[in-house]
Write a protein that binds this ligand. Structure first.
Ligand code: FES
Length: 108
């Protein structure tokens, strides 16, 4: 199963198994990872699943950003960065195996 590494605000790292077709947000909340809140369940209305993809090469392998995601990223608690994404929209593929993301702080 492909893996994503999450870097928490305290710099601790978590290697997370994410099934192909599942979102990083769903896998993270199912695993009880506190930094990913995911209040709206993936409906792109809460922006509490904000992450920053650390490597441009991996960012290019992620699903294309929709207009709604782009707009929601302007309302995140932590200011948006160039590689910011909503992890509920990062649907896992084999190509994304090994991706590293930083968990936004704060999320609320
Ligand atoms: S879970 Fe709400 S925007 Fe991603």
């Amino acid at each position: 199963m492909p893996k994503v590494t999450l870097i928490n605000p305290d710099d601790s790292r978590i290697d997370l198994d994410v099934e192909v077709g599942d979102s990083i947000m769903r896998a993270a909340t199912a695993a009880g990872i506190e930094g990913i809140v995911g209040d709206c369940g993936g409906g792109m209305s809460c922006a509490t699943c904000h992450v920053v993809v650390l490597d441009d090469a991996y960012l290019a392998k992620t699903p294309e950003m929709s207009l709604t995601e782009d707009q929601m990223l302007d309302f995140t608690a932590m200011e948006r960065e160039p590689n910011s994404r909503l992890s509920c929209q990062l649907v896992m593929s084999e190509e994304m195996d090994g991706m590293v993301v930083r968990v936004a702080d704060p999320q609320l």
